[in-house]
Design a binder for this molecule. Structure first.
Ligand code: ASP
Length: 406
């Protein structure tokens, strides 16, 4: 990637946008008929980012693998990255479960708050067999993967095309690589245009978010919200320790480098929509190599969701407390394993972490009725967990840079 898209002090501009948005939301009552206009900059911003996702993921993964240089290098990257992802996810879940079992937010809940979860379309991932799940990952129909933005299939498609680029040495190899490079540059150019909109978009997104936040539900659910937010903040500290000790970078410098991506993740609630910004932060601020961020960021935005995993674990344990269910040791293990799986399977879109929850709940025998109760405060928690998801991807990028290039 050679096209630089992040303006100086971008984070400051979008932070101001965020504050202005919250200020307007809390102090001005906007007539219903103006809302589509208020939402326009935010929708436009996310629309432009989503527009470039498919070509950007494909070209970044292909070039990332292409610049890895060899299959054995690729393998050594995979055997480090995948265990790292699983390890950090397990740490996040452990923190979430520990905080929730110490604070016991479920005991403070009035049972009458319970609402049936009819509004929630729950998804039973457990009904799918393992061979079916494996086949679900194969990009049998690339056009369909692009249409439905099936990210895992797209990443795998990119890996396969990238390996072909490594293995075939024909006349047209260079042409294909050039086409990918141009595609990537063109996508980033477009992302650069979206960045001009970013401060206004963030203000617009915050206005909509604050009104969807359910501030009235917040007080009765305060302990639960505190558990999730406290867990996520603990995870942030864990990342900073990893950045410091494993990636050998100054954590404060790291934080200020990635601020723009964090704010965009917070206001869009979508790892996927944020991915173009995450990529440019890695390239331009963290100065990682193409083979590292080209591979780690798209893959991470798809399967590495520590914030979502922690959230799902906290909700599961919280609902156990509400319904008076005692978890045995074995059930706790099932909870951890299904949560790792569920967070991998959760797409990086707003609010889907809560939908995938049903899998986990049925695994430990919690009625999914409880989900209705947590929906009221989900918007705020979604923003927070998405910020952690993105921070986890950038932490992984810094770690892999250290492991692969030192
Ligand atoms: N919104 C989250 C993300 O995009 C996923 C979730 O709902 O937990 O990372």
């Amino acid at each position: 990637m050679h096209h630089h898209v992040l303006p100086e002090k971008l984070w400051l501009k979008i932070l101001i946008g965020m504050i202005v948005g919250v200020g307007i939301a809390l102090n001005v009552s906007i007539p219903e008929s103006y809302m589509p206009w208020v939402e326009l900059p935010g929708d436009m911003f996310i629309g432009i980012l989503k527009m470039v996702i498919v070509p950007l993921v494909l070209s970044s993964v292909i070039l990332g693998i292409g610049s890895a240089g060899s299959l054995s290098y690729l393998r050594s990257m995979g055997v480090r990255l995948i265990p790292y992802f699983i390890f950090t996810t397990a740490v996040a879940i452990t923190i979430g479960l520990t905080i929730t079992s110490v604070v016991e937010p479920g005991l403070a809940i009035d049972q009458s708050l319970m609402k049936p979860a009819e509004q929630v379309t729950t998804q039973k991932l457990l009904d799918i067999t393992i061979p079916e799940r494996i086949m679900n990952v194969v990009p049998v129909n690339p056009a369909e993967a692009q249409l439905s933005k099936n990210m895992l299939q797209l990443v795998i498609l990119g890996v396969i095309a990238g390996i072909a680029l490594l293995m075939l040495r024909t006349k047209s190899t260079k042409t294909f690589r050039d086409v990918c490079e141009f595609t990537q540059d063109a996508c980033m150019l477009v992302v650069g245009w979206a960045m001009w909109l970013a401060p206004f978009a963030v203000a617009s997104l915050m206005i909509t978010a604050v009104s969807a936040m359910g501030l009235s539900a917040l007080s009765s659910m305060a302990l639960y919200v505190a558990c999730v937010v406290g867990g996520l903040m603990t995870m942030m500290v864990v990342y900073m320790v990893i950045v410091w000790i494993i990636a050998k970078r100054n954590p404060f410098q790291f934080l200020s480098d990635i601020r723009a991506a964090q704010i965009v993740a917070f206001s869009t609630s979508s790892s996927l929509a944020t991915m173009p910004v995450t990529l440019s932060v890695a390239e331009e601020r963290l100065k990682t190599s193409d083979d590292v961020h080209g591979f780690v960021v798209p893959l991470g935005a798809t399967i590495n969701m520590d914030g979502t995993a922690m959230y799902q674990a906290v909700v599961a344990l919280f609902l156990c407390q509400v319904f008076g269910i005692d978890l045995s040791m074995g059930e706790t293990v099932i909870l951890v394993v299904t949560t790792i799986g569920a967070s991998i399977g959760t797409p990086g879109l707003p609010g889907v972490g809560v939908i995938v929850l049903a899998t986990i709940l049925s695994g430990i025998g919690v009625p999914s009725e409880g989900v209705g109760m947590i929906l009221g405060v989900d918007r705020l928690l979604d923003m927070c967990r998405t910020t952690i998801n993105i921070t986890g991807d950038l932490t992984a990028t810094a770690v892999m840079q250290r492991w692969m290039h030192k």
